[in-house]
Write a protein that binds this ligand. Structure first.
Ligand code: ZN
Ligand code: FE
Length: 258
């Protein structure tokens, strides 16, 4: 299976998996890059997987369904263009010879889901939409810090070699914030250097992987002393021994960070 990030808009990726015949895509906000890839590679689109209802993730669904007859899968509890196979935690998606398990990961939106494929030729894959980014997490538009912490803890518990396919190229700005939180994290310094080199060549920093994120992403590290202490310096009211309060403080700090 080939895994491709198709760039869309300013900083979105529409992820495509294909076997040179059949393809699936995740979160097609724009139909054009998908139609070009299908045409250039001679692929038939079998399915569209949607993680959440924001327009930069669903804007191309109707056009692609109409053009290809692909089946659309999406979150049970969100408004996504119908007809749709509605999914919630624990549901299975079997399509184009691929098998995914659905995870509920609320926080960015109330009904956000993620797709985890354990059986991908040895290296699992995660499509996590706008929940987990490399070095960061999504803004809390509809959910609470407690929900986001649960969601991120669930993702952090996946196997370390899981490829993390995020829906945005936000890595460099996330890592600049992460460095302010954890200036003593050497893994972060090395990873930032690698990501800067990738971007300087116009290449994606993604997919990341879960082991990498556990070592550099402050939102997965809210129980680490350096992260807890930094969060408490930002918000003196936050109890640094309460992981939810640490996550809430980090998210607020990131919102204000330039
Ligand atoms: Zn979003
Ligand atoms: Fe988005």
């Amino acid at each position: 299976m080939n895994l491709l990030p198709l760039p869309a808009f300013a900083d979105n990726y529409i992820w495509m998996l294909h076997d040179a015949r059949q393809a699936i895509v995740v979160d097609p906000g724009d139909p054009a890059p998908v139609q070009k890839a299908l045409h250039d590679l001679g692929l038939r689109l079998q399915a569209i997987l949607v993680t959440h209802h924001h327009n930069d993730h669903v804007g191309g669904v109707d056009v692609l369904r109409e053009a290809t007859g692909a089946t659309v899968y999406g979150p049970a509890r969100e408004k996504v263009p119908e007809p749709l196979v509605r999914l919630a935690a624990g549901d299975k998606v079997d399509v184009a010879g691929l098998h995914f398990t659905v995870l509920d990961v609320p926080g960015h939106t109330a009904g956000h889901i993620a797709y985890y494929g354990a059986d991908m030729g040895g290296t699992p894959v995660l499509f996590c939409g706008d929940t987990l980014f490399s070095g960061g997490c999504g803004r809390l538009f509809e959910g609470t810090p407690a929900q986001m912490l649960d969601s991120l803890d669930q993702l952090a518990a996946l196997p370390g070699n899981t490829r993390v396919c995020c829906a945005h190229e936000y890595t460099l700005s996330n890592l600049k914030f992460a460095r302010a939180v954890e200036p003593g994290n050497q893994d972060l310094v090395h990873y930032l250097g690698w990501c800067e080199a990738q971007r300087a060549q116009g290449l994606p920093t993604l997919p990341s992987n879960i082991a990498q994120e556990r070592s550099i992403n402050p939102f997965l590290r809210v129980r680490e002393a350096e992260v807890r202490e930094a969060a408490q310096r930002f918000d003196l009211q936050a109890d640094q021994h309460d992981a939810v309060a640490v996550l809430a403080a980090l998210r607020q700090w990131k919102n204000e960070f330039r």
